[in-house]
Write a protein that binds this ligand. Sequence first.
Ligand SMILES: *Cc1c(COP(=O)(O)O)cnc(C)c1O
Length: 466
Amino acid sequence: MVNFILSLIRSALLRLSVRWQRSSGVRRLELWDLKINDKGHLAVQGMDAVELVSKFDSPLLVVNKEKLMTDVEALKSAFARAPEGSRILYSYKTNCVPGILKAMHEVGLGAEVISPYELWLAVKLGVPGEMILYNGVDKSDESLELAVRIGVFCINIDHVGEIERIRSIAERVGSKANVGVRLALSARSQFGLDIESGEALDACKRILALPQSFDLRCIHVHLTSNAKDASTHRGFATRALRFARDLKSSTGYCIPYLDLGGGFGVPTTKNMTGAEYGIYRLFGVLPRPPRLEEAQHVAEFMRDLVDAVEQTCGELQIDVPRLIIEPGRLATSRAEFLLARVHAIKERDNGPLFAITDAGRLSLTFPCDFEYHEVFVAGRPTAALDTLYDVTGRVCTSADWMFRNRLLPKLQAGDVLAVMDAGAYFSSYSTNFAFPRCAIVMVDAGNASVIRGAETFEHLTALDRY
Ligand SMILES: *Cc1c(COP(=O)(O)O)cnc(C)c1O
């Protein structure tokens, strides 16, 4: 009986999902500055996606440099509204590929790093200390020493124990540490210092009491992901600014910078809600695609946010701080896609149709687990969607799928799938579970060049001793 009811629910939901997928408003190639060439194939800056896979092998991550620059410039001009001295620091963990990071640094973005490795990389890429912000929960002593020595713009303190550690490192190095405090906006938050209990305010007072060791520069909030409009960030800003007012009234100190973190969304993907995720898990039913009209344009988003900060500062009678943002997804999401080849189709009389590909969530498409991503067949991107597939990966575990019940044109072995928006958290989360990691190419001015080579079998055992 229960099974019968569940199967009724499942088929009703599946019918709905099919309708949503078919009418998805994000099935528009211009959203990624992609085109169809005269062979009818997907093309990026005039380069045929199917040929890219023939040339560089599959799976393949493809970065569209022009789109990257378009999106970064749009962000820069939107943020130009922020007070003089504000900074845009790219979140390294979102897409930590040197060739991509370098392109963004060249046009003035700084680095937001969350690990000793990322800090090391930012320095290696030539990012000046003043444009590096060090976040994270596990900062090694060596990395803190490096951060103090090169005078990074700010080290954001996540837990109180860091105060004493950084103090003694600053003393040893003989320079002041520029620090900030990450605020936890709820007592259950995993990150930062609690506001309610007074933990965050006490930490600021301790820091201010040690002016020979510290320069307290900033308060930091980061909580959300893929926010479609400015409302969530406006709320965070208000909470943080109230804290700044309390800090000022109890110590007289005006915090010069407000760091609003990342979490800025893109129109082309969406994070599943808890219910959508549960339904996807339970029934294999893909949720509704993102709706373009829900996503605020970056210019409006930043205008709303900056205006709200200025207005709130007026109400609270505090100076308007300079702003820091740490965008990840917003800068790179749409500038990269994944090409994956269909290796076989497995037909079942009463079960799902399987499309076996060389990229599943256990190796490359982990974000497809909890986000909606659009997908095209690179050889015929506008073909009618008429067949439901469970698109699976290459690792022999039933957990390695890319999409379940995905509506696609009828597929055959050899087809190339283009999974859109692979520019946030795809390469970062990629693994070499049973297969080496794939290459990344960057297409720039009609040329494709490898910015990260494919791993070889030898790479996988290079550190083993046996
Ligand atoms: C991950 C992260 C970001 C970037 O988040 P996006 O959602 O990709 O914009 C920014 N700041 C911090 C502290 C982060 O952990």
